[in-house]
Design a binder for this molecule. Structure first.
Ligand SMILES: O=C(O)CCC(=O)C(=O)O
Ligand SMILES: [Fe+2]
Length: 364
């Protein structure tokens, strides 16, 4: 019988460090990974004062004068890092109604001519001037470092929940150098003057795990269940929303589900919604088919019990079976930010946009 879900489960991270209650946590985690693909994580090991501080900074980032935001626009960056104006991003061919900054964990650009083009994707972030937003960069980096650490601890717990050794996933990210991760600070304006209510259109996340901080009390995030219905995932203070990306779904042979999700714009007259997603990545040169995980048969059976996953409204990621992760990432960025691609990756731009820049979808 197909299992389905009508709400997103809440897991308490403090159980994971209590030996007596860890089995309970792992059982809940296994259920959430296999049957839902989303969960709330209460009591995450990220300092509350840093969480509160990044939440407080979010509106201030967008209240900066337009010309100072544009100075660090994404189009400047071959790493697709920086500021994107409202309406600059495309999901599934439609314009998203959100304004955002993309930042990454610290990373020195390493690409050299002759190496694969996708290695150019990662490099330093563009930060707002310190005088304009004192303390933001340091606070955000501290937040990123803690969230990154949590993401690796969580991958260890995921392995345990699936009956594997805790360290088995390391091969995906411990390679010749650090694996960079991306985060965004996002503002969804209310519907008043928008062309549509697509805050962000239906999609899967690409990488391993996403840790989403809902940074204002607005609902709007929705998750698609197995029969295609949209289920609300409203903010719960003090939690992260954790979900699975397509790379992790692929390496776990579909045990951990990547679940389609979207954000609807806040209603007319409302204040803006803010959110801060962190996207855990894996090493760029690795193809997900390079490492085969052997799951115990009784775990694989749990997937059969789930039944067929119904249709989703999201784009798919069939490339993961074929290409290095870095190339899959780069293609995703090109499709989402064609104007940045046109400037820095002209060949890929022509391949995906043979008729030129779409009417919408220009970061600048
Ligand atoms: O803003 C949110 O709540 C979700 C954003 C999201 O799904 C994404 O950026 O991938
Ligand atoms: Fe997402």
């Amino acid at each position: 019988m197909a299992s389905n879900f009508s709400s997103v489960p809440i897991l308490d991270y403090s159980l994971a460090s209590d030996p007596a209650r860890k089995p309970e946590f792992l059982a809940q985690l296994r259920h959430a990974l296999i049957n839902v693909g989303f969960l709330y994580l209460a009591n995450p090991p990220v300092a509350r004062e840093d969480i509160d501080a990044v939440i407080a900074y979010a509106p201030r980032l967008f209240d900066l004068p337009q010309n100072t935001k544009d100075r660090i626009r994404m189009a400047n960056s071959e790493h697709f890092l920086g500021y994107s104006r409202l309406g600059a991003e495309i999901t599934k061919g439609q314009t998203d109604q959100r304004e955002q900054y993309d930042f990454a964990t610290p990373y020195e650009a390493r690409w050299k001519p002759g190496e694969p083009e996708y290695l150019r994707l990662w490099g330093p972030s563009q930060w707002p001037d310190e005088e304009l937003l004192p303390g933001f960069k340091d606070t955000f980096l501290r937040y990123l470092a803690q969230t990154e650490k949590l993401s690796y601890e969580f991958i260890g717990l995921l392995a345990e929940a699936f009956g594997l050794p805790r360290e088995i996933m390391r091969g995906f990210y411990e390679t010749d150098g650090p694996t960079p991760h991306r985060a965004k600070v996002v503002k969804y304006p209310p519907l008043d003057d928008l062309a549509s209510n697509q805050g962000v259109g239906p999609h899967f996340d690409g990488g391993f795990l996403t840790f989403l901080l809902q940074a204002s009390p607005h609902p709007g995030l929705q998750v698609q269940n197995l029969s295609g219905q949209w289920i609300d995932a409203p903010p719960i203070p003090g939690t992260f929303v954790v979900n699975i990306g397509k790379a992790l779904e692929t390496v776990t042979q579909g045990l951990a589900r990547a679940t389609s999700h979207r954000v609807l714009s806040p209603p007319k007259g409302s204040t803006p919604r803010y959110s801060i997603p962190f996207f855990q990545n894996i090493a760029q040169r690795i193809s997900v088919k390079d490492i085969q995980l052997e799951f115990p048969p009784e775990i694989l059976q749990l997937k059969e019990k789930r039944g067929e996953v119904g249709t989703t409204d999201s784009v798919n990621y069939t490339e993961y079976g074929l290409l290095p992760t870095g190339q899959v990432n780069l293609i995703g960025r090109v499709k989402s930010h064609p104007d940045v691609a046109e400037r820095h990756y002209p060949d890929l731009f022509k391949q995906f946009f043979p008729h030129g820049l779409p009417a919408q979808g220009s970061a600048y």
